[in-house]
Design a protein around this ligand. Structure first.
Ligand code: PLP
Length: 415
């Protein structure tokens, strides 16, 4: 493959027009949409409208007249289309960490009632830390044990002791993707419930929660959904579970009738009870713009078409880097079916300064301690030539030892 070939792929790419939806700074190759998606062109005007018109002019009336109260369900319904959930089954609220707390607590209540002998929460050792911290905290509070295993051990470690299998669908440090339907089947065969964290999946890879018969799911608004820094997250519970228990953060917005102001809690029917406090209207407005950029792919083939392009981009980049940067070890699966929308490499010492040197060249990836160079590929706005050029920049950083410069070895708070 040559750079010319990459340009030719871009010239015939049916998804190419989607890039026009975004504000991408001139000259930048952005490979960090798995950490913070880029700014959609529609967002600034929409947020300005919400601020000046709905808030500035409408004031408190906008809760009704501008539909503010319905935003968590309305944006939730849009995200539902991307993850195989039904309308009315998914709601936007709080952060991924907080939503994990709610669904894991609800799952533990189900287990305590239905299968009280089960005492193990099973997860992956390299799961995202917040997922593990939340599980550790709830395990302690409810008398469960958190057991962490390698991905290949999951099937054999599902036993009559397992209460809940809690996994992130696409691993944040390797890009390795679980077969959600198969793993859910194994968990159910062992009598365990499943919780899927879709932080690196929603908007990035096709997900079908309904077909997989998953039990609970959460996901992130600011990664591939392009909702902006700190965008609210989403939460889904299968209809067979959703009405069984209160979620533990039983706030007034999850009440069946918040404006009756009754002293006793009565949960709203369905997923609405997974809300807690007042919706973050400005953030929800920005998130809706971001979700709309993904839904804009629907007439062009939707998630299936995005997935095809994402795999082609990650394959191109991984192959180029492997061919030209022998110092880096590929940490992501080479099999398409096992790879999410990112490519990672390991280097024992130089990961951080190499990523800093790349950023100075206008190629933005990130570093995950202790040794991961991570590159996310968002097919909505990346071109084949970006993947080709990024690999070439990486080759030059290593060949010219640019990582030696002292400023690239200064650790920042966010890596
Ligand atoms: C990004 C990410 C989160 C983020 O959680 P916040 O509550 O938004 O900070 C959680 N879990 C996984 C797997 C992630 O990748």
């Amino acid at each position: 493959m040559t750079r010319q070939d990459a340009l030719a792929l871009d010239a015939t790419d049916p998804l190419a027009p989607l890039r026009g939806q975004f504000h991408i700074p001139e000259g930048l190759i952005y490979l960090d949409g798995n950490s913070l998606g880029v700014l959609p062109r529609a967002t600034a005007a929409r947020v300005q409208q919400v601020v000046e018109q709905e808030w500035g002019q409408g004031l408190i009336r906008s809760w009704n007249s501008a539909g503010w109260m319905a935003l968590p369900a309305r944006v939730g319904d849009k995200i539902a289309r991307l993850v195989g959930a039904g309308a009315g089954e998914l709601v936007v609220a709080d952060s991924t960490s907080v939503n994990l707390f709610k669904v894991l607590a609800a799952a533990l209540l189900i287990v305590k009632q239905d299968t009280p002998a089960r005492r193990v929460i099973l997860s992956e050792r390299s799961n995202f830390p917040t997922d593990l911290y939340i599980a550790e905290s709830l395990a302690r509070e409810h008398g469960f044990e958190l057991v962490l295993v390698e991905p290949d051990e999951i099937e054999t470690r599902l036993t009559g002791q397992t209460a809940v299998l809690m996994l992130t669908h696409v691993n944040y440090r390797t890009g390795r993707m679980h077969d959600m339907a198969a793993v859910t089947r194994q968990a159910h065969a062992a009598g365990a419930l499943t919780i899927w964290d879709l932080a690196h999946s929603a908007g990035a890879v096709p997900v079908d929660l309904t077909a997989a018969q998953a039990d609970f799911a959460v996901g992130c608004g600011y990664k591939y959904l392009n909702g902006g820094p700190g965008a609210p997250a989403f939460v889904w519970a299968h209809p067979r579970h959703v009405g069984r228990f209160w979620q533990p953060l039983a706030g007034w917005i999850g009440h069946a009738a918040p404006f009756e102001f009754t002293p006793g809690y009565r949960p709203a029917p369905g997923i609405a009870r997974y809300q807690c406090g007042t919706p973050a209207v400005l953030s929800l407005a920005a998130l809706e713009c971001g979700v709309d950029t993904v839904l804009a792919a629907e007439p062009l083939g939707g998630m299936a078409a995005l997935r095809r392009k994402s795999l082609a981009l990650t394959r191109l980049f991984a192959e180029r880097v492997q061919a030209t940067c022998p110092a880096l070890a590929l940490a992501s699966p080479t099999q398409d079916a096992e790879r999410g929308s990112q490519v990672c490499f390991n280097h024992p010492e130089l990961g951080y300064p190499v990523v800093q040197a790349l950023i100075a060249r206008g190629v933005i990836g990130d570093f995950r301690a202790p040794d991961v160079l991570r590159f996310g590929f968002t097919p909505l706005y990346l071109r084949y030539v970006d993947a080709w050029d990024a690999a070439e920049h990486l080759r030059e950083v290593l060949a010219h030892e640019e990582w030696r410069r002292p400023e690239f070895n200064q650790r920042h708070a966010v890596t």
